[in-house]
Design a protein around this ligand. Structure first.
Ligand SMILES: C/C(=C\CNc1ncnc2c1ncn2[C@@H]1O[C@H](COP(=O)(O)O)[C@@H](O)[C@H]1O)CO
Length: 298
C-alpha cells in the first residue's frame, strides 16, 4: 500500500514536518507510525468501531450497496402493510393479488422483506414471474427475509432503507398496517407535499381501514389549517387492486405530478364515492396540484 504520510526533507530554516493529504504536522504532532501501520496493527483498543465516524462509514455502505443493487431495477412499486397480517386475512390475499398485478403491469415489487403483507406482495410478484425485492431491516426480534424475496438486502438503519423505497419506486401502494406502515406512508406524503418527489402516486387499499384516518385528516388536520385541501389529494383510496395498479400507471404514464389532475386517457382516477373528482376523500376537493397547478420537477 502507498504511504499517505510523507516526511518532508529537512531544511535548515524550517522544522521537520510530515504531510498527510492537506494536513501538515510538526514537532510533537508528527506521528511516527505510518497509515499502513495504524491500519494493520490490530493490537490497539477497538472502541473506535463503536464511534460515530465509523458508523458513518457503515451508513455510507448501506447507501452504496442499496444503490448498487437497485440502480438497474427498472420501474418498481413499493408495497407496504402490516407485518402481522395473517395468511387467512383478506388483506393477505389482496396483497398477493396486488404483487401479481403489478408484475403484469410491468413493475418490480419492493417490500420490507418481512412477514404479513410484505410476504404476500412478494409472493404474488415472484409467482407472476416478476422481480420480487425485499429490503429487510435488522430488528431486535429478527425474523429474516420472507421466502418469496428473490433479491434481498438487509439494512441496519431505517433511514437508509427508507431512501431505497422512495428512490427506486414509481409509487407506493399501502395496505392496512401499524406504526411501521404509517411511518412509510407519512414519510412519502411529506416528500410529495414538499415536492422532494414528484409524479409519485400514493394508493391506500382498504376503505374500511383507512377511512377513519382520512376523516380525521380532513375534519381535524385540514379544518385546523395544518394541511391544504390539495394535500389530501395525494392519497387515493380504493378496495380494488386493479384500480390501485391503474392509478399507479396513470400517474406514471402521464407524468402528472403527484397531487395533480389524474384524469388520464379517459381514466378518471376516482375516489371511493365514484364522483370522478379525482380526489381520494369522500367529499374532498377536485384534483389539482398542491398550489392549484402543476408541479415542475427539479
Ligand atoms: C413485528 C413482526 C415482524 C417484524 N418484521 C419486519 N420485517 C421487515 N419490515 C418490517 C417488519 N416490521 C415492520 N416492518 C416495516 O414496517 C412496515 C410494517 O410495520 P407495521 O407496524 O406492522 O405496520 C413494513 O412495511 C416494513 O417496511 C411480526 O411478525
Amino acid at each position: 500500500m502507498r504511504e499517505e504520510q510523507d516526511e518532508r526533507p529537512t531544511r535548515p530554516d524550517r522544522p521537520r514536518e510530515k504531510q498527510r493529504g492537506r494536513i501538515v504536522t510538526r514537532r510533537t504532532q508528527m506521528q511516527t507510525s505510518t497509515t499502513d501501520q495504524r491500519l494493520l496493527d490490530t493490537r490497539g483498543p477497538s472502541d473506535w468501531v463503536h464511534t460515530d465516524p465509523w458508523r458513518v462509514m457503515r451508513i455510507q455502505s448501506e447507501f452504496v450497496e442499496g444503490f448498487g443493487m437497485l440502480a438497474e431495477l427498472g420501474p418498481a412499486i413499493s408495497v407496504f402493510g402490516s407485518a402481522r397480517t395473517k395468511v387467512e386475512d383478506p388483506m393477505y390475499a389482496a396483497a398477493e393479488r396486488l404483487g401479481g398485478a403489478l408484475v403484469e403491469a410491468g413493475y418490480a415489487v419492493i417490500t420490507g422483506g418481512g412477514p404479513g403483507v410484505m410476504e404476500a406482495a412478494n409472493k404474488g410478484a415472484s409467482q407472476a414471474g416478476g422481480v420480487s425485492v425485499g429490503l429487510g431491516i435488522e430488528l431486535p426480534f429478527e425474523q429474516g427475509m420472507n421466502p418469496w424475496v428473490d433479491i434481498g438486502l438487509n439494512f441496519r438503519y431505517f433511514f437508509a432503507r427508507k431512501t431505497m423505497f422512495v428512490k427506486y419506486a414509481q409509487g407506493f401502494v399501502v395496505l392496512p398496517g401499524g406504526f411501521g406502515t404509517f411511518d412509510e406512508l407519512f414519510e412519502a406524503l411529506t416528500l410529495v407535499q414538499t415536492r422532494k418527489v414528484t409524479s409519485f402516486p400514493l394508493v391506500l387499499i382498504g376503505t374500511a381501514y383507512w377511512s377513519g384516518l382520512l376523516t380525521w385528516l380532513r375534519e381535524t388536520v385540514l379544518a385546523d389549517g395544518k394541511i391544504k385541501p390539495a394535500d389530501l389529494e395525494m392519497l387515493h383510496l380504493t378496495d380494488d387492486v386493479d384500480e390501485a395498479v391503474e392509478v399507479v400507471r396513470a400517474v406514471e404514464q402521464s407524468h402528472v405530478p403527484a397531487g395533480g389532475d389524474l384524469s388520464v386517457d379517459g381514466l378518471a382516477v376516482d375516489g371511493p364515492n365514484g364522483d370522478g373528482a379525482g380526489g381520494a376523500l369522500p367529499g374532498g376537493p377536485p384534483a389539482q396540484g398542491p398550489n392549484g397547478g402543476p408541479v415542475s420537477p427539479d
